[in-house]
Write a protein that binds this ligand. Structure first.
Ligand SMILES: NC(=O)C1=CN([C@@H]2O[C@H](COP(=O)(O)OP(=O)(O)OC[C@H]3O[C@@H](n4cnc5c(N)ncnc54)[C@H](OP(=O)(O)O)[C@@H]3O)[C@@H](O)[C@H]2O)C=CC1
Ligand SMILES: [Fe+3]
Length: 511
């Protein structure tokens, strides 16, 4: 009892401050009181740690996990599990000659290792799964995690996880961890904190794997039954999935406007005026196509937002899903915006090099010489000065805000912003950017809209075409900002719903 008493008092010092009490009491003559106090504290601490707070008594030993395969993923995953506090045992074909393993891990044959753990993670390629049949008795009733990926789509008739389950019907196979990578686990990159998908037919087995993933700092998304494994296995094969649509759009628009402007400018001059101005393709044409596509793409970033607002106003609720096409469109807004920024950047570069172009220098010199030769005087036109300065100024402001939007969309920057700050920049400043860039284009056009010579072969110039979408977006946005619309939308977004099909009255959905 004496020894246990002293240990208990020692443990309690930090928590209850019995150290001070101890020294004060010793300083006096009350040894009896000291003994009584010691016993009282000992009893209290014993009760506290065993009855009231049993978890404090001793941390439970972490679970032992088994990993089959000592390859790249097996080693990296084992190391992370050991760092998290789990105990790890490897099952290997060559327990005595495998590559160095994380410190603290044991290694033995597959059957021996499987016997020790209730959760077994198979870090082996699907092609070698048949060896697992030999360990079937040891894997009976256990959770078997399949982490495998495919090297290409549709290689096998069934998913790897379903194949594993068919080999070992008495184990509970769970598909998980295939979206992480050995590299990110080893280097602790942010990739290691990404979402992992989970699917399986046994709820308990999935729960065990979910707890495991959560303790590794991964967020888990349950995809349902094991039949969903095929889809989950295809995820890592995706290459920039959210960039596909924006890239296709940018390529399509660039190709369309390139041929449109080629016809209007170069081919028209050749056919109608017998002039070869094909050299303009390299700079002039490029410097028309890039800003046109950039402005359209920027407006396409904001169009789904205003469409969504109108859909919510029409439906009178925010609790109904948007159509799939709108969802997909919304999800790639960032990529649309970044591509638009890239094209705007090219427009800036091309514009900056205008003064050093041979064609431009030649034209200026020719003009000056003709003015002198013909003894003409040129009159300074204030309207043109206003127009050109305003046009440049809007372009600069638009581009500066555009760069700001691009910077704040970077994860490291956006993570440092609150939701309110992020939405202020992306929505308010975003629409202002669109407004400046659209105004820049209107000022470029100025009164050329009215001149018949602008419409070569009855086609409008490219910049006029590209003003359609941004103008529509800005008008729709202005409509949403009208007080009556803004108020209704605000209420809907706070959870209010229009009651009944006729839409009379409102009720709070989340009271
Ligand atoms: N590497 C990664 O980043 C990721 C990998 N994955 C998946 O994890 C699994 C393993 O990948 P990875 O670690 O890269 O592969 P490795 O080739 O590095 O390792 C595979 C391991 O499997 C074992 N093995 C090899 N052949 C056989 C066989 N004939 N019979 C039994 N066991 C065998 C070996 O371990 P031993 O010698 O100890 O028996 C080997 O080290 C794959 O299914 C992969 O798709 C999933 C996500 C990411
Ligand atoms: Fe411009």
């Amino acid at each position: 009892m004496n020894s246990s008493t002293s240990v208990d008092i020692h443990q309690g010092r930090g928590r209850v401050g019995c150290n001070d009490l101890h020294s004060e009491t010793v300083a006096g003559d009350h040894r009896e009181l000291l003994e009584t106090t010691k016993s009282l504290f000992a009893a209290l601490l014993y009760w506290d740690s065993t009855v009231a707070r049993p978890h404090i008594q001793s941390a439970p030993e972490r679970e032992l996990l088994c990993i089959f395969g000592t390859g790249d993923l097996g080693r990296s995953l084992g190391q992370r599990l050991l760092q998290t506090g789990y105990r790890v045992v490897y099952g290997s074909r060559r327990p005595h000659s495998c590559d160095p393993l994380p410190q603290g891990a044991q290694v033995m044959s597959h059957t021996e290792a499987a016997q020790l753990a209730t959760v077994v993670i198979a870090c082996v390629h699907r092609e070698h799964y048949d060896f697992l049949e030999a360990a079937a008795p040891q894997l009976k009733g256990k959770v078997l995690v399949d982490v495998s990926n495919n090297s290409e789509k549709g290689l096998y008739p069934e998913s790897n996880a379903e194949y594993l389950q068919s080999l070992l019907p008495e184990a509970s196979v769970v598909k998980a961890f295939n979206t992480i990578s050995a590299w990110s686990l080893q280097n602790g990159s942010s990739d290691a904190h990404r979402q992992v998908y989970l699917c399986g037919d046994s709820a308990e087995a999935k729960q065990a794997v979910r707890e495991l993933a959560t303790s590794l700092g991964l967020s888990v998304l349950d995809r349902g039954c094991l039949s969903a494994a095929r889809e989950v296995e295809d995820f890592p094969l995706q290459l920039f999935p959210q960039w596909r649509l924006p890239l296709c759009l940018a390529t399509g628009l660039t190709a369309f406007f390139f041929f449109y402007l080629l016809t209007r400018d170069v081919i028209y001059a050749y056919v109608e005026k017998d002039k070869d101005i094909s050299f303009r393709i390299m700079v002039s044409l490029a410097n028309k196509v890039f800003p046109i596509v950039s402005l359209i793409m920027l407006s396409l970033c904001y169009l789904p937002g205003v469409l969504a607002a109108f859909i919510q106003l029409y439906r009178g609720t925010k609790y109904r899903r948007f159509p799939d096409w709108l969802d997909r469109w919304m999800l790639c807004r960032k990529q649309l915006g970044l591509l638009a920024l890239g094209l705007a950047f090219l427009h800036v570069l091309y514009t900056l090099l205008i003064p050093i172009r041979y064609y431009v220098r030649y034209k200026i010199a020719e003009n000056v010489v003709s003015v002198i030769r013909e003894n003409r005087t040129t009159v300074f036109d204030t309207t043109i000065a206003w127009r050109s300065d305003s046009y440049l100024s809007m372009g600069i402001l638009g581009f500066a805000l555009f760069v700001l939007l691009g910077i704040t969309s970077l994860p490291s920057i956006s993570n440092a912003l609150s939701w309110r700050e992020f939405s202020f920049v992306q929505s308010k400043l975003g629409h202002l950017t669109l407004f400046f860039c659209t105004l820049h284009t209107y000022l470029y056009g100025w009164d050329r809209f009215l001149r018949p010579s602008t419409y070569k072969w009855w086609t409008p110039p490219g910049y006029m075409l590209c003003l359609v979408v941004p103008s529509v977006v800005l008008v729709l946005k202005l409509l949403i900002l009208l007080p009556c619309m803004d108020r209704s939308l605000g209420r809907i977004r706070q959870g209010w719903e229009r009651r009944g099909p006729e839409g009379e009255g409102t009720k709070p959905l989340m009271a």
